[in-house]
Design a protein around this ligand. Structure first.
Ligand code: NAP
Length: 275
């Protein structure tokens, strides 16, 4: 089994990386930067997003796992003091040629410009915002106009990203076994003149949405942690990526809802459990 490590660059993460190299190499794992079977991210969710974008062209052959050092670590579910257990379990998995993974859906966007169509993937979400004025855009679902949006922007997230920016925008948390994307508004203007639905919308696989910004508008487009400013966008189509998923290596069970509770609630309920 070949592995690589992507870390946040702080002292704790770098130390952990050295420990991890030593431990897994004792189990016969091979360090390989270009074509790893497993990528260990040491840091936070931001570090895992970087790892995802580095290896997004080889998702079929690469699985991700994360140790979190200090921040939220929703994706990165191993703690620093568990590095030895993780290395042992990876060693077992390599010896038995048995790598268990869970697969989460991604959002694909197709950006149409006068020059052609570009395709991009995001693990959490993509957002569209106005730069020097509010965003004005038509939102179509399955080729029919839903609304004309005016406000700060629009966020389209994956189930994995539903606990990130989407959650701050009042979107629902969606289990990643559902192949879906969620559209949430970022501060829409709602009055007699401008009207939007106001509720998050969840689209299943095989549905798509198209955003048509007002012509020549300066737009800030984000794909996870990557931000770019554009003024050549004719439209953006968002949909569940067909045939592409991100794989997370699972060396022990850690159900999604336990992860949600640990990340956002973080304490044991004080009420007795019902019989
Ligand atoms: P950042 O601003 O440094 O961190 C954003 C926070 O979101 C961090 O606490 C990060 O966890 C957490 N996070 C990332 N993905 C998550 C997920 N899937 N579920 C739960 N929490 C998650 O930015 P960054 O580290 O470069 O990450 C980029 C992400 O920030 C974007 O994809 C977007 O989702 C999020 N964001 C959120 C807001 C908001 O909530 N108002 C605004 C802009 C962007 P760690 O601490 O473990 O890294």
């Amino acid at each position: 089994m070949k592995y690589n490590v992507i870390h946040r660059g702080d002292e704790i993460s770098i130390q952990l990386m050295h420990t991890f190299h030593r431990l897994v190499q004792q189990h016969g794992l091979i360090h390989e930067e270009e074509q790893p079977d497993i990528v260990l991210s040491i840091g936070g969710d931001g570090t895992l997003l970087h790892a995802f974008h580095r290896y997004k062209e080889q998702l079929e052959s690469t699985a991700f796992v994360g140790i979190h050092t200090g921040r939220l670590g929703f994706f990165a579910d191993w703690k620093p003091d568990e590095v030895e257990t993780l290395a042992d379990l990876m060693g077992d998995s390599a010896r038995n040629n048995d790598l268990r993974v869970v697969k989460y859906p991604l959002v694909e966007i197709q950006i149409t410009t006068p020059q052609g169509i570009e395709t991009q993937l995001a693990l959490n979400e993509f957002t569209l915002k106005g730069v020097d004025a509010t965003l004005m855009a038509q939102l179509h679902i399955n080729d029919e106009l839903l609304e004309t949006f005016r406000g700060d922007g629009i966020c389209i997230s994956t189930p994995a990203g539903s606990t990130a920016y989407n959650k701050s925008l009042g979107g629902a948390i969606v289990h990643p076994s559902l192949d879906a994307i969620q559209i949430t508004e970022i501060a829409s203007i709602n009055n007699r003149v401008f009207r939007t639905l106001g509720s998050p919308v969840i689209l299943p696989r095989h549905h798509h949405c198209d955003i048509y910004p007002r012509a020549n508008q300066n737009i800030l487009l984000s794909l996870d942690h990557v931000y770019v400013q554009r003024n050549d966008i004719v439209s953006i189509r968002g949909m569940v990526a067909a045939g592409k998923k991100v794989k997370f290596a699972r060396f022990r069970p850690f159900p999604f809802w336990s992860r949600v509770r640990e990340a956002f609630i973080g304490y044991e309920p004080i009420m007795e459990k019902k019989p």
